[in-house]
Design a protein around this ligand. Sequence first.
Ligand code: BES
Ligand code: MN
Ligand code: ZN
Length: 504
Amino acid sequence: MDFSVSISASPHQTKTPALAVGVFTEGVLSTAADALDRACAGTLRAVVKAEFSARAGATLVLRNLAGVASPRVVLVGLGKQADYNPRAHARAEQAFASFCVQARLADATSTLAAIECGATSVRERARSAAAACGEATYYYDASFGKPDLNARPKLKKMTLQFANATDKAGATQGLSEGGALANGMSLARTLGNLPGNICTPTYLGEAAKKLGKEFKSISVKVFDRKQIEALKMGSFLSVARGSVEQPRFIVLHYKGKAAVAKRGAKVAAGPIVLVGKGITFDSGGISLKPAATMDEMKFDMCGAASVLGAFRALAEIGLPGEIIGLIPTCENMPSGTANKPGDVVTSMSGQTIEILNTDAEGRLILCDALTYAERFKPSAVIDIATLTGACVVALGKVNTGLFSTDDALAEALLAAGRQSMDTAWRLPLDDAYQEQLKSNFADMANIGGQPGGAVTAACFLSRFAKAYPWAHLDIAGTAWRGGGEKGSTARPVPMLLQYLINQA
Ligand code: BES
Ligand code: MN
Ligand code: ZN
């Protein structure tokens, strides 16, 4: 989508196929709605009073209002003015974009980001508006026999209108960030939604290479089984061995302009490393999962997809600094060559692991990627993984689980989550939980029993992440939706990008 900014204090003169103006409950009009109301001699206010509740996300179209240039004025409900917050704003932008999609419009103008909203800046509101448009216009038809081209959203251009010229710079910057975020999310979403027989480890490797071709700032290396063997990633390879699909280890290297040191501060010591779990299908292996909803285990590569999505977005923005992406990717399948309960494997770190449950495979592929990350002398390593059903039990589908050995890193991620409305909740990592990973036959077991399953999974990873500040995001509950709305959410791309923007 194309985004642009226009400055006008006379929205009634704006020539656009559809013009969105915000309305709060109890008939409170936004500045733009009030300007339109004066232009049409009170018709707008009368309609609001007669038949518009203005609950958050509601829309009502007024066609051909006298004195207004746009043929469609779209009233967008903002809820109670006292409760108006960034979420309500995002919802309103999304409601308007959805209206435009349904009405098959190609071009529209929104005045919603001009409305003051808590402590937010114009830049933040513009960023969120663009992301909301991306959400409303996302459409998946990659695996339908005959994609219905007429069903694809036509909305290609959204203009944000502000009354004050002083808002232009912030809005333009926010839109470029939000547009990049939307593109990154769209990539992450489609990779997540693609079926496991198409989105294989090889396919993910090709998707990464494509990013490297598209952006000069990204270079990509894709290691095959032989090269992964040479790296001695015995834990990762033990999972890959069960499938005929070939594993890949993907290394992305983003180099922006040199980071500028804040006055008095040292330039960050090393790059930030993102590590994404790329299990393109998780059957559970020999510890086979039950059949119901097993199809959703095609989403077990959403961590990997979020890394690729974040790279797409940060390259498009051109953030300063150096960022590394690491993606171990394979299938987890039962077969004659698959891991068996009781097998002991040797990780790249030299630590041995007794595999008590072959379905706890995510940690087995991530641990070797975490060891590989040491060579970059990173200032922070963040892994992103659909790691445990226990995390879904603990936090539901609202918050991503956050674990960290570093309070500053944890705070920075939590703050980025709040800012981007892609929130996480911190869970503990106390040493006392480590005892559950004790094995009689290896340095550790790969499971710690039922109690605190999300925590012991994080504890397992922490044993491979001692060389740098580290955080782990368990996105098992947040990466996709099931049921009638089944599909990838592209979370936590917004949080990751916000974190990287804040660090740059
Ligand atoms: N990919 C799953 C985690 C998962 C399960 C995510 C359900 C979303 C919904 C992971 O590989 C897994 O199977 N974890 C096991 C760990 C257990 C065997 C210790 C789990 O959570 O059941
Ligand atoms: Mn599993
Ligand atoms: Zn898994």
